[in-house]
Design a protein around this ligand. Structure first.
Ligand SMILES: Nc1ncnc2c1ncn2[C@@H]1O[C@H](COP(=O)(O)OP(=O)(O)OP(=O)(O)O)[C@@H](O)[C@H]1O
Ligand SMILES: [Mg+2]
Length: 162
């Protein structure tokens, strides 16, 4: 089953609320791939996902651009990766990141398109597009039936709050 959802966010606050909602429904083994241009809001969304996962506020989630991976303790572990500075999936395998996809936490990957061939099949792809200064379109895509069901319900409720 292929599932495809679109949501329009009007401001930064909407993005933060969406991230928190994603964090709250995330489960062990989920993999969220965040794509979109520089400054689209991938790290901003990841920070809010961390909040929703109950990562303590003093462990502020920053962009892992230079170290490529940060690990945080929340309700479940959060592995926040950024593939921007990597060339292809060979780099990711060399760094040992593939193993994290199958551990006991949530993996969130910025610029995952660098390595589509090694990403877990049941992943959720989120594409963020800048529409205005603060407006963003957010496109969700998954082939995982259970994940689609979870997100369909969450997004249905979230839309009512925008
Ligand atoms: N609705 C919105 N959602 C997300 N970010 C927003 C929104 N409106 C404004 N912004 C601003 O846009 C910027 C997004 O930056 P962010 O670092 O999250 O982007 P990014 O996609 O991670 O970029 P990069 O590819 O460089 O990692 C921030 O300065 C944020 O405050
Ligand atoms: Mg970023």
């Amino acid at each position: 089953m292929l599932e495809d959802f679109l949501i329009i966010l009007n401001n930064l606050y909407d993005t933060e609320r969406l991230g928190v909602a994603i964090g709250k429904i995330s489960q062990v083994g989920d993999c969220i791939c965040l794509n979109g241009n520089l400054g689209a809001g991938k790290t901003t969304l990841a920070q809010a996902i961390a909040l929703g996962l109950e990562v303590p506020p003093h462990c502020y989630v920053t962009s892992p651009s230079f170290v490529m991976m940060h690990e945080y303790s929340g309700r479940i572990p959060l592995y926040h990766m950024d593939f921007y500075r990597l060339y292809d999936s060979g780099d990711i395998i060399d760094l040992g990141f593939e193993e994290y996809f199958y551990l006991d936490g949530l993996t969130v990957i910025e610029w995952s398109e660098r390595a589509t061939d090694i990403l877990p099949e049941g992943r959720l792809a989120i594409e963020i597009k800048q529409k205005g200064e603060e407006q963003r379109s957010v496109h969700f895509f998954t082939e995982n039936e259970a994940l689609a069901r979870r997100y369909r319900k969450m997004l249905f409720n979230f839309r009512k709050t925008i």
